[in-house]
Every structure is written in C-alpha cells, then in structure tokens.
Design a protein. Structure first.
Length: 305
C-alpha cells in the first residue's frame, strides 16, 4: 500500500481531519491536498518524508499509548459543581481553593462543557494584570480583535455578559493582581453574572484580607458568596479513580498504595500518571495493570533504577 493510499484511508475513517494532519506533519494544507490528488508541483519527496514520519509517530502511539479514563465524577467534583452552581444561580462570586492535583481544574472544565453560558479562562504570571485577564475573557467570550485599552475592554466584557445569567471561571486566580480582582468585582455586579476564583490557598488568603474593613480587599471579600476549600484528596475520590482504571478496589494492598500516593502533594494527578505508566507497561506485556506495575511506575517516575 502506498503512503498516499494510507493517508487517504486514515482521512476517510474520520480519525483526523486533513487540516489537523497537515499541521501535525508540518506541511501546508494546500500541499497535502494537492499531494493526495497527485497534482503537487513542489518537492514530493519532502512532503512524503514528513508524512512518513507523522505516520510512524501515530503507529508508536497506538502501540504504547494508554489513554486515561474520561472525566471521573468524584465526590470532590460534585462538590465543585455545587459551588459553581451557587455562583451562577445566585449571581455572586465564589472561591474554590486548596491542594494541588485534586481535580479542581478538571471539574471546572467538565462543568463548562456541561452548561451553557459558562466560560473558563486561566490566569498566569504573564496574564495576571487587569488588561491581560480582561483580554483573555473577551477572547473567550468570542470577541475578535479585542481592544487593548482597559476601560474599553471592561465595557465590552460587561456588554457581552449582561443578560446571559452566566458564569466566568478563572483558574489559577491566585496570580491575579488587586486591580484585576477589583475590576472583576465591578464587572460581576454590573453584568449580574457569577464569577468563580479557582486556585491554591493564596486565592483565599489574599481575598480574606478584606475581613478587615480597612483593607483594600474589603469590597472584594464582602461580595464572595461561598468558599469551598479542598484540603486533600478524599479516599472515595481515590477509590473512584482506581475503579475507573478497571482495578479491584477490594484489594487492600492495592488500595493502601493508591491512598498513600493519592494522599501526597499532587495527589490524584500523580496517581493518574503512575496508572498511565503502569498501563503502558501492561499493554506492552499483554497483561492487566497490577500493584507491582504501579510500584514499578512509581519508582521510574522518582528516577529510581
């Protein structure tokens, strides 16, 4: 079977679009289109080399890659959903904060997919200022070429949000500056929508400064309708993840190790990484994931021989 035929068959199955394939292979969509038609006028050898390398990579992925289970609705995720519902229905601001790697972000992404008029953006050190976060919110709301002036951005965001009865989720919001938090408070009240601040303990402690009425954060603090702290991963969350990977949750030794891994910093995220690596090894051996393979994956991730 020629390379041209192989690529055509992949596109016919709908596994990937022609645009995505061209991008992943590092060639232009027009080059791929004309190559498949047999009318490409450029260097065919270069195009085929790029496509052959891409195909080789896909084959390797199929041989070794193990996909993690789709979203797992743990009890923590349900609690996050409830808190986000509160923000949206009461048109208020909420915080979800605490330990890293316990599923806050995944729960928020899933909530965004399940509900209309819910938008999610992520702050970062480079996107913590008022102008930067407003620009990201505007893009997420579907604004093309948003203005750069902060006052114009704020008005535009308010106009987009008014009447939606929606919710804006800001992940890693511990990065946000005071100016950004204060403007978001203003937008939330004017547009009458919900806002959710997601992040680590700094989200709460920063805003909590507003308990003191003399604090500059007082206006922000008084507008927060609910706080949800996640101190650590729950045992039933760990059990749900183990079950989602098809493992026996009645195996006491297995669950002991899973709880030990899931109870540390990074918790559920790290447990999933170990399970994925163990799954890759199991797939190569033609076996199921075992406790031994999980421990082996743990040792590999820690750099042990």
């Amino acid at each position: 079977m020629t390379l041209n035929t192989q690529i055509k068959q992949l596109l016919t199955t709908g596994q990937i679009t022609q645009t995505d394939l061209a991008q992943q292979a590092g060639i232009s969509t027009s080059a791929l289109s004309t190559y498949l038609k047999g009318t490409y006028k450029g260097n065919v050898e270069n195009v085929e080399k790029s496509l052959a390398l891409w195909l080789e990579t896909q084959t390797k992925k199929q041989q070794v890659f193990v996909e993690a289970p789709q979203f797992i609705e743990t009890q923590t995720a349900k609690n996050v959903f409830y808190t986000l519902d509160m923000a949206r229905l009461m048109q208020t601001s909420i915080t979800v904060y605490g330990a890293s790697g316990v599923g806050k972000t995944k729960a928020c992404r899933e909530y965004t997919q399940r509900n209309n008029n819910v938008w999610m953006v992520t702050s970062s050190p480079s996107r913590s200022s008022l102008g930067a976060i407003l620009y990201d919110i505007a893009l997420t709301l579907g604004v093309n070429n948003p203005p750069r002036r902060k006052d114009n951005l704020s008005r535009l965001v308010i106009n987009k949000l008014e009447g939606t009865q929606g919710l804006v989720i800001i992940d890693e919001s511990d990065h946000l500056t005071y100016e950004a938090l204060e403007e978001i408070r203003f937008i939330q009240e004017k547009a009458e929508v919900g806002f959710a601040f997601i992040g680590n303990i700094e989200v709460y402690t920063k805003i909590q400064g507003g308990v003191n009425q003399a604090s500059k954060y007082a206006r922000v603090w008084s507008r927060i309708g609910k706080h949800y702290e996640i101190k650590a991963s729950r045992k039933d969350d760990i059990k749900a993840i183990v079950a989602a990977w098809g493992l026996d949750t009645t195996d006491k030794d297995l669950m002991k190790v899973a709880c030990e891994i899931g109870g540390k910093a990074g918790s559920l995220r790290i447990l999933t990484q170990y399970l994925r690596l163990a799954g890759i090894t199991a797939k190569g051996q033609g076996t199921a994931i075992t406790l031994e393979l999980i421990l082996q994956a743990q040792a590999q991730m820690k750099g042990a021989n």
